[in-house]
Design a protein around this ligand. Structure first.
Ligand code: ZN
Ligand code: ZN
Length: 147
């Protein structure tokens, strides 16, 4: 296992007994390389950030997370690569004992992957590739096909 800088972060190691009454604000930067989050058409080339507000009740730890994750996608129509991002707000809650240590990494990972675009498009009106000659029709019209 490789050592990540983010290991020091409070979001990977939330000690329930260290959360004050008034709650705790934490920020973490995650390295996606270690999290196996890529899809055939979506790559994660940059670290992503999570801002969280952590509160606890009697037996519950609640984490309100603000996630910003840069994506590098391949367009489903023209195959060009482009930068995109996922921005998500999530609320995680955990049943806990006072001595527990909670790591929200898995939940953050899932939240991001659920927010991936089903069909990544470089732009909503991407014209795609010509079926006859393969020309990227966003760049030039090749004259094949219907008007
Ligand atoms: Zn495209
Ligand atoms: Zn063509």
């Amino acid at each position: 296992m490789r050592v990540q800088e983010a290991t020091a972060s409070g979001l990977m190691q939330i000690h329930v007994n260290q959360i004050p009454e008034e709650g705790l604000r934490e920020r973490a930067t995650y390295d996606p390389a270690a999290l196996d989050m890529e899809r055939e058409d979506i790559r994660l080339l940059k670290p992503f950030e999570v801002d969280a507000f952590i509160t606890k009740a009697a037996r519950e730890l609640v984490v309100a997370a603000d996630i910003r994750c840069p994506l590098h996608c391949a367009c489903a129509r023209c195959l060009e690569e482009f930068d995109s991002s996922v921005e998500a707000k999530a609320l995680f809650s955990y049943a806990v004992h006072p001595t527990d240590v909670v790591d929200i990494t898995d939940d953050v990972r899932q939240e991001i992957m659920l927010a991936y675009p089903m069909v990544p498009l470089c732009r909503p009106d991407c014209r795609g590739l010509c079926r006859v000659c393969g020309q990227n029709l966003n760049l030039t019209a090749c004259g094949h096909g219907a008007p």
